[in-house]
Design a protein around this ligand. Structure first.
Ligand code: ZN
Length: 434
């Protein structure tokens, strides 16, 4: 097997697969774009591509697929294999287990895109139990889903064909209930008020506003969240209880917004568990006229995927050691902790962009490095040796300021923080600084 040097990026094989019955969101072009993006994220360079169209993952093992099979039988020419999603690789836990065993034996890393996560799932030959278990769980989900798809298509075929009918439940945002033209039952139709709100939201997101900034704008405008709007349309009051607190009405968050903008119901599709329901010919079942055209919807999804890095975690209360301790030198604002799956460490990053604010020099640094530096500085300043908690740091008025790193200057891979970018300060009288 040819060995590569340490500094060269690893070589990767990109894999695209499509069966006859598939989700509309997984066209070969979209898979390819995702594979390219994931390969870069995981530090690999694509050197080849295996494309199997019209091949069912349920019926055929990865090793028996016409294009992929021969590649897997000559593993010496690449160090990784990249799929846009686990379900493009396997639809069975047995196949996943075979694939992982093969990767270990051949020293090949498996990379899978995971929707909604900030990074891909990387199963290296040395992967630990937790990573392998996650891969098996995702394979199990893909297996269950393919069972559900096929039973939906056979047993519920007729029901699915009843396109344009609304059977009840939460009306997707942007729509309202209307009498079915046939005279019996209901259908959905774009709701002028919320549909135009959707357009206003989409325009803001496409022009670069973060979801958090758009959510703040919606709250300022007193726009109703989907749940409250649905309640009003049903003749009920807004608000309710959440986490034990009572609200007159609910507020927009980046999470609420993401849920709205990610739903294919915006294209007029019937959606089940977040995905388009397909008819027997693989076409989307429609609920009504689309609020967004397909092109706009796809552009929006790509943009959200690219930006999802970080936006999911910003609103959650955090237990990160340096919350309120780490500050960005660019804007003076706080930095927040952002996970980097599947790594055990994350990054502290300037919080301004996530709040829709501008930072002239947004700083970021690996969490383990910044925490190590801060704890050491605190110990040196106080003469303590034991564990250091966030409460200790805050009580002492400890503050670490991080400047933005230089772009691309150094080619050697650093093994610790560049301390010239860091400054540690503490209040002189710790007892008074709470
Ligand atoms: Zn900043």
């Amino acid at each position: 097997m040819p060995k590569r040097s340490h500094t060269e990026p690893g070589r990767a094989l990109g894999v695209v697969r499509l069966s006859n019955v598939t989700k509309v969101t997984t066209s070969p072009g979209r898979q390819r774009a995702t594979v390219q993006y994931l390969a870069e994220q995981a530090g690999f360079t694509l050197i080849g591509e295996a494309v199997d169209l019209g091949v069912s993952a349920r019926a055929t093992s990865p090793f028996d697929r016409p294009a992929l099979g021969p590649w897997l039988r000559r593993p010496g020419s690449y160090e990784a294999v990249v799929w846009s999603h686990v379900d493009r690789a396997v639809r069975s836990v047995g196949h996943m287990s075979d694939l992982i065993a093969w990767g270990c034996a051949q020293a090949v890393t498996l990379v899978f895109g995971v929707p909604g996560e900030s990074g891909p799932l990387i199963v290296s030959p040395e992967a630990g139990g937790a990573t392998v278990r996650l891969a098996m769980d995702l394979a199990y989900a893909a297996e269950q889903e393919s069972r559900a798809i096929s039973s939906r298509l056979t047993d519920a075929h007729e029901a699915l064909r009843a396109a344009g009918r609304y059977g009840g439940g939460l009306v997707p945002f942007g729509y309202r209930k209307a009498p079915h033209p046939s005279g019996t039952g209901w259908c959905l139709t774009p709701d002028d008020e919320s549909a135009s709100l959707v357009h206003a939201i989409v325009n803001r997101v496409l022009s670069g506003h973060s979801l958090t900034a758009v959510a703040r704008w919606l709250n300022e405008e007193d726009a109703l969240v989907p749940r409250d709007r649905h309640a009003l349309l049903q003749g009920r009051g807004t608000g309710g209880t959440r986490h034990g607190l009572t609200f007159d009405r609910f507020r927009w968050t980046s999470g609420t917004l993401s849920k709205v903008l990610r739903s294919p119901s915006l294209m007029g599709h019937r959606v089940h568990q977040g995905r388009t329901v397909l008819d027997g010919d693989g076409r989307p079942v429609l609920i009504g006229a689309p609020v967004l055209d397909e092109g706009t919807f796809r552009t929006l999804q790509d943009l959200l995927t690219i930006r999802s890095n970080g936006t999911r975690r910003t609103r959650r209360p955090t237990s990160a050691l340096l919350t309120r301790v780490a500050h960005c030198a660019g804007c003076g604002g706080r930095m927040y902790y952002r996970a980097r799956k599947p790594y055990p460490y994350g990054d502290y990053v300037c919080a301004a962009p996530a709040k829709g604010l501008r930072c002239p020099a947004a700083a970021a640094m690996r969490s383990d490095w910044l925490e190590g530096y801060t704890v050491e500085s605190y110990r040196a300043a106080t003469g303590t040796r034991g564990p250091v908690s966030r409460a200790d740091l805050l009580a002492a008025g400890a503050r670490v300021t991080v400047s933005k790193g230089r772009c691309g200057g150094d080619t050697t891979r650093p093994t610790g923080p560049d301390t010239s970018r860091l400054a540690f300060t503490m209040d002189e009288a710790p007892s008074s600084a709470v």
